[in-house]
Design a protein around this ligand. Sequence first.
Ligand SMILES: Cc1cc2nc3c(=O)[nH]c(=O)nc-3n(C[C@H](O)[C@H](O)[C@H](O)COP(=O)(O)OP(=O)(O)OC[C@H]3O[C@@H](n4cnc5c(N)ncnc54)[C@H](O)[C@@H]3O)c2cc1C
Length: 550
Amino acid sequence: MIGYLHYTKQSELESYSVCVIGAGAAGISLAIKLSRSGHSVLLIEGGDWQETPEVVDAYVGEATAPHPQTTEFRYQRFGGTTHLWGGRCVPLDKHDFEKREHVPASGWPAGAAEIADYYSQALDYCDAGENNFTITAFGPNAKPIFSEAPLLEPELNEYIERYSLPTDFGQKFRQELTDSKSVYVLLRTRCIALNTNTAGNIVTSVTLHDGNQALDVKVKQVVLAGGGIETTRLMLVSRQKIPAWSDLDNSLGKYYACHYDLIFGALRFSGERPVFDFQKTSEGIYARRKLQFSAAYQAEQGLLNSAFRLHFPAYADPAHGSGVMSTIFLAKSILKPEYQAILNHGVNQTAIRGQSFKHVMNVVMDISSVIGFAFNWLFKIKLAKRRIPYTLVANRNGTYPIEFNSEQVSDANNRIELLEEHDRFGMPRVSVHWKMTAQDIASGIKSFNLLKKQFEKSKACRLEFEPKELQKAMENALPVGGHHMGTTRMGTAPNDSVVDVNCKVHGVKNLYIASASVFTTNSHANPTLTIVALALRLADHLNQSVTTKE
Ligand SMILES: Cc1cc2nc3c(=O)[nH]c(=O)nc-3n(C[C@H](O)[C@H](O)[C@H](O)COP(=O)(O)OP(=O)(O)OC[C@H]3O[C@@H](n4cnc5c(N)ncnc54)[C@H](O)[C@@H]3O)c2cc1C
């Protein structure tokens, strides 16, 4: 069932076994799994079916550049940010969960690695196929990314990343939740505070607000699933009135991480061209190739975990000569700001200003490709249920820029704090502080130098870059928008973390967190697959402790 606060009886709201705050990827996955196991869930969502300007106000805050503004790269409506996501599904690697001597504050608590057991289910929720991230997913005879790639092993190995439809969780599960007798979804209702007993060890009620009225609703079990920033904000706001939570101050709001992203250098292939495009796996899922240093090599060289992908030339720079890319670039003003940011990524905007004429010439000179692309765009993107994730046009000269995604060191100075200013619900707004650490920069530089060395084993391919430019480029690497991790991190005790291995807040019997904010370390992997895996694992944990609704 789905409804609104003003016409719902308080006694009805208080009858549910689990109260979940936030109906994005995490909250919906959790509610669905719990309800399928016979439990009753109150699912509270601040947005409505669509995001409205009035709702956006709750996300207004501050962020230190180059971190995107707090209204960007997240979305408030039923289904949350999955309305916008690109659908790239990547699991954490085994060594991400381990204590690595060269990575400060690494090591998830014992038992956390079992999250990986939930990737198969999570892939199913994300419509991204089977739990196989090797090239065998393309079939037993799949060829490597280029014929000499096996020469680079075991230091450098090839994997794949899978793509979701991309699945909008709001759309996918709307009917099931509407028909459900055991889940009640409350739309356009924000949770603005958690209230506890005097000891602070039980959440007794949550304060809800629909813009007109505030209501304290008694709860049994509570799960915060409002996304990495909002979940942390709700914890920080509640902490202000709960002295017993002072133990959490060591970590709450601290250790904020995004992945960092850099497009730099280029692989030059002489003769044979590599596999560049999306390919379909045996089950029909779009996937792409990527390269990664092995865990052993990372440990030996003291590297953070990272991945390298072949990239397309900058759309904004007409020198690529592609009519398709110029068409997309010229059309970018009709795209959402999040996608504009992706197309402009890494390109000096001043340098490309006033180049529209050259883009138009590209379109004219390459019109047959543009017509072919228009056909593909209509049938493989616009009308297709499973869409090609994005447009890939290779450079004609056989060079491929490298896209580098890396883990960041978990650093307490990167953080989320409350501001003095309040939103229309009376909640303090947030300030996000993000920057690259010296270790992030050093690890990125070393990774590129070692990649270059690896490619010296190949005759057909060289990594080219200007060594003098690497340092500056790495210092200016950008945080990946929409990946908000670490600020309620998982650990063994309050001196190093906010939640335990079961995502339960330390010292509070009935409060859990389902979000990337619990990530102890952040890997190179996009977070959503792991967010969903964590939510499904939490559902199993709650399943054992929750009373089924009468
Ligand atoms: C352009 C873009 C591309 C992306 N591409 C990828 C990708 O390819 N792969 C990937 O893994 N990830 C990607 N992401 C990130 C992905 O969208 C997020 O990781 C994912 O949506 C997070 O899920 P969530 O449930 O934690 O939060 P969200 O999806 O943000 O959902 C949180 C929900 O909670 C609600 N809420 C928040 N606070 C409250 C409150 N106090 N009371 C009530 N409701 C509340 C919000 O309104 C929202 O609907 C991308 C993001 C963007 C913006």
